[in-house]
Design a protein around this ligand. Sequence first.
Ligand code: PRP
Ligand code: URA
Length: 219
Amino acid sequence: MKTAENMMKQFDNVTILNHPLINHKIAMLRSVDTKTKDFRELVEEITMLLTYEAFKDVPTHEVEITTPLTKCKQQMVNENSIAVVPVLRAGLGMVAGVHTLFPTAKVGHIGMYRDEETLEPQEYYCKLPQGIQNMRAIVLDPMLATGGSAAAAIDLLKRKGCKEIRQMSIIAAPEGVEKLATAHPDVKIFVAVLDQKLNENGYILPGLGDAGDRLFGTK
Ligand code: PRP
Ligand code: URA
């Protein structure tokens, strides 16, 4: 039988981290007993680990450093090279995790909600950093469910002139990864874990419920 993870091997733009330290945090994140404060901190920590992987090839330049013993050449990151674009609301919870490792990342915002009946994404806000066309844009959304919101956010960024785009999500359904990887084969997708499937309401199973509500305590 083909597992969801095996099916993903057909997409060379998809990285599923599936790391024991991440899985440990995901277990806590999923639990219905995890309350808002811990949930928010876990999203931040998992995002930090995702950032470590997704930023491996961040543009760098060489500098000369004087240590107490000698001089040496050292690579440092190009500070204005990255913009992260959280999809409101839940993507907001991931921004702090990126900033811990890459404090100068610019932040754009795209407001998107899923119509509860059709599950189609509805855009309601967009504010992007000046010059984003010349930066690597990384879309942040903890949940990649049908993939509709991520695909629409990336469509929008492409319309605005972005040429290099990535997607970072914490939990993905196979349906969402497939949709996004097919619609945007040029976009590298980084996912902490791949779940089993969507339920009839478009929620990821086993998932964690509604990420926005759990992050912001709205339900
Ligand atoms: C959630 C989530 C994603 C979207 C994923 O947002 O944060 O943006 O659903 O689903 P999709 O892959 O099927 O498009 P939601 O619409 O619940 O809005 P919220 O973050 O404001 O709660
Ligand atoms: N959005 C969420 O917050 N959770 C899901 O499972 C699917 C979409």
